[in-house]
Design a protein around this ligand. Structure first.
Ligand SMILES: [Zn+2]
Length: 506
């Protein structure tokens, strides 16, 4: 599986001073229809087009002209804000009409600025760093961040296809709403709102010292194009994706670090030495700089793409490994599990207010599978029960479709606000995802029943009908999944197995 090359993109933090002379910025929620990071709060922005390279931007550095044009165009398309010294030339109604025409593809941005004699000037854009989407993501962007004070009294108006619920907020309020789990943020967004908060609360903010803001925003390796390593989903709940030989399209497994003074490491997953060392270095840094102590290694389940780094981490930190007894049994002889964790157990980690991980026994994908619900942040760590990328394989005899569906229903009983799966990005709207997972499996089951009714008798015959749209390369895995469904129907006395690996409805 090759890693996607990041595409160049740009986004802009639109700013203004409110009546109390506080700095505010504009952000919005990415619509649920968006294929990438839906539900996340973000700034207006998008991919650079060919067209952007043709647009002239005064005072732009040679290689940044296209990016500056891109971010100015995106601010106009998504928020109807014209970032130009000539913004006053176009009345609000005309601006909105032009934007609508652009969205209907009746007008290009280049035509619009030419028609009104509008100059674009890079001096209105404050550089705010460059962030590269980590390699584990399905879509990757090399995104340049800019900050811009809105010229004149333009009020952003969103085009609701991509962004919704646009609001003005202060850096301080935004960080608070992230802490209160009202919003979900990607690492650059969190970094930028913290930077804006620190700048706005200092003399630099009072004096409009934009150079200082750039300095603050660039003060992190990942703000300068170095890959993002860890993803702070909530305070004390951090994702650390590591490369693993897992099932495509995923290329990485998410290791999670919970706690601040004492840390639980969930699924140190990578068999690769350089990935294990990367995690070591991250934990070493936390220990040195923040006095963090690694307390325990915790496992969701026994699959190699979740436990291949356990022996290394166990040796490095000299800490116990905790898992469900079934996981311990399946790992016997390979990894020593020092402590058994059962359904309903709570792992408490110190802090103010601290963290409480509720252990939830969720067999189905694997016999000893555990999920973890963190009470304070309401984050649900789901291992391979629910994932942010790809799909979950139910592979008998370890995999059991009946148990899997029961476990999904059990997870629905927790009022979580984010699902942190073993692969891919964090998901918002947990209930929606859980319901969709259950629906998807039941629809497949209905199709299998239909196939049996129309004369299919063996697993390969059923796959040919039910997975007609899937490339044949995926059929061996599909066969495992069909078998899991047949076993479920068998256990429910709705189908029965005949000699010769044939099945029929009861
Ligand atoms: Zn697994």
């Amino acid at each position: 599986m090759t890693v996607a090359t990041p595409k160049e993109a740009a986004c802009v933090v639109l700013m203004r001073q409110n009546h109390q002379h506080e700095w505010e910025f504009f952000w919005a929620r990415r619509s649920d229809k968006m294929p990438f990071m839906s539900g996340y709060h973000a700034f207006p922005g998008g991919r650079m087009d060919e067209e952007d390279l043709e647009i002239q931007v005064e005072n732009a550095l040679e290689n940044q002209s296209g990016l500056c044009a891109c971010v100015i165009r995106e601010a106009f398309e998504e928020a109807a804000v014209l970032l130009s010294p000539d913004a006053g030339k176009v009345p609000a109604a005309e601006r909105l009409a032009a934007r609508a025409a652009m969205m209907r593809r009746e007008l290009t941005f280049a035509e619009f600025i030419q028609r009104h004699g509008i100059r674009l000037d890079a001096n209105l854009l404050v550089p705010g760093g460059r962030w590269v989407t980590p390699p584990y993501a399905a879509r990757r962007f090399d995104t340049y961040f800019y900050v811009a004070e809105i010229p004149g009294d333009q009020e952003p108006e969103l085009w609701t296809d991509e962004l919704e619920q646009g609001t003005w907020t202060t850096g301080q309020a935004a960080v608070k709403s992230w802490e209160a789990i009202d919003v979900i943020l990607a690492p650059p967004t969190l970094h930028v709102i913290r930077g804006v908060r620190d700048w706005a609360g200092s003399d630099a903010g009072n004096n409009r010292n934009w150079e200082k803001l750039t300095a603050i925003l660039l003060d992190a390796p990942s703000a300068n194009g170095k890959p993002v390593e860890s993803i702070e989903i909530r305070s004390g709940v951090v994702g650390f994706p590591v490369k693993t030989p897992t099932l495509p399209p995923a290329t990485h497994t998410n290791c999670y670090l919970v706690g601040e003074q004492e840390l639980v490491v969930i699924d140190p997953a990578s068999p690769y030495e350089e990935e294990q060392l990367r995690l070591d270095e991250h934990l070493d840094w936390l220990q040195r700089n923040r006095g963090v102590r690694v307390r325990e290694i915790l496992l969701t389940h026994h699959h190699p793409d979740h436990v291949a780094g356990v022996a290394h981490a166990q040796k490095k930190w000299g800490v116990p490994v905790a898992a469900h007894p079934e996981t311990a049994r399946l790992l016997a002889g390979k990894i020593t599990v020092d402590r058994h964790v059962l359904d309903g157990d709570v792992i408490e980690l110190p802090g103010d207010p601290g963290w409480r991980l509720h252990c939830i026994f969720t067999p189905g994908h694997a016999p000893g599978h555990l999920c973890f619900y963190e009470e304070g942040t309401r984050a649900l760590i789901t291992g391979d029960m629910i994932v942010g990328l790809g799909s979950v394989l139910i592979n008998p005899p370890e995999g059991n479709m009946r148990e899997y569906l029961d476990s999904l229903r059990k997870l629905a009983g927790f009022e979580s606000v984010a699902i942190l799966g073993g692969h891919g990005q964090a998901l918002t709207h947990p209930q929606k995802h859980i319901a969709a997972y259950i629906k998807h499996r039941l629809e497949r089951e209905a199709n299998i029943i239909k196939a049996l009714e129309t004369g299919a008798r063996t697993v390969p015959e059923i796959v040919k009908i039910v997975y007609a749209d899937t490339p044949p390369a995926a059929h061996p895995l599909a066969e495992r999944s069909v078998l899991a469904h047949l076993e479920k129907l068998g256990a429910e006395n709705r189908a029965q197995q005949l000699p010769g690996n044939e099945w029929q409805l009861v």
